[in-house]
Ligand binder design. Sequence first.
Ligand code: OAD
Length: 340
Amino acid sequence: MNSQAIVTTKSLQSIIAKIKDGSIKRIVTLTGAGVSVPSGIPDFRSPGGMYSSLRPELLTANEKQKRSMSAEPTLVVDWDLFRVNQFPYLEVRRPFILGTAKQQWKVTLAHCFVQLLHDKGLLQRHYTQNIDGLDHQLNIPAEKIVNVHGSLANAACEACGTEYPREEFCFEVKTKIKNIYDENDLEAPKESSNIRCKKCHKPAVKPATVLFGRNLPATFHKSAAEDFPNQIDLMIVMGTSLAVFPAAGLVNRVYMETPRLVLNLTMVGVDQGLDFGPFTYEEDDQVRNDAIVLGDSDQTVLHMVKELNWLQDLIPYQSYMCPNSISALNDALNELPSSV
Ligand code: OAD
């Protein structure tokens, strides 16, 4: 991973300089599945991600539903399907639900970068589209984190909203939902059966995450109204395709002169109007100073922290990190010139 090429744009230098000289004081971050990839959790839309590896034929669904999921894999996390058949969602998400409860995955350098922004007094708010809970494994205050698409940390009935104790929910998932990834799993049943709400008795209990077609949590709208546009000097976007709204729309709620910095494996954001060329709109004298650092998120973060002289500040967080991030950080530390 260390040999991965890092590509940056010219405007990055002006952003780094402004963080260093204190003219950037308030930073908002928006993250997506790409920041958790080094920890071993696949994203959604990359080759090998959740959507391209979906196998509808293994799921408990009728033929029409299977055909629809083959044509449009996002249906598996859509209210339209869940309200009539809960099994595809629960079967696909089974290992993720059980794994997050055991804290199977650990934070990456991108999560630690957000922590560093907080430690330096620069973090205005952290908007995460991720439901894996990794953002909460560090010491970022909960009120600074907005779980835009909810979280696996809680379970509730999607029909009536009644909460379901997490441990009990995990037990139900383990014993009632079949394991499509391992047919020899002795703990899993061969056929899935319903997990019913204790209050309304509908079989609609699921993690408290947002399905397509459902509303975002009120905290998203409240925090965004507080932050955008005037509480932000820089927006950092990491590991997201910016394909899903309203989260992706946040990039267009900053002032024209507020730079947006993207750290991502692939080029994203151009469709949303991000402009990575350092140029001026001469007619109206408006400047967009967006920047992109292309590469694996551990490596792009290392590039940033080295530029900011913050590399050593990551050391206290090493014990929280996933193995890939630990070794990426060690490699970077070993490359530092040794002091005499
Ligand atoms: P996507 O899978 O759409 O995008 C992940 C982005 O991360 C892509 O642009 C990848 O190129 C990039 N990426 C992958 N691996 C990376 C790595 N190691 N380092 C850096 N970047 C990497 O995931 P999201 O944008 O998070 O919503 O998806 C947004 C929403 O769509 C999710 O919250 C989920 C999904 O459907 C719901 O389920 C409602």
